[in-house]
Design a protein around this ligand. Sequence first.
Ligand SMILES: [Zn+2]
Length: 66
Amino acid sequence: MDKKRQQYRCAICGYIYDPENGGRIGSIPAGTAFEDLPDEWTCPICGSDKSQFKPTISRPMYQPPK
Ligand SMILES: [Zn+2]
């Protein structure tokens, strides 16, 4: 798992933090992994703290075997 690409989803409002975009609303530069966000970072939509964010599964289209 490449943590630099790991997306995290806010459990409250559904906002997804994407490391490739960084915190577009805040002052987080693109390429910042969620783990590297400052502890005082909060969801830009609803203001929840980092503890409310859960990793999301983001993977290429999976073709199930028949
Ligand atoms: Zn939120």
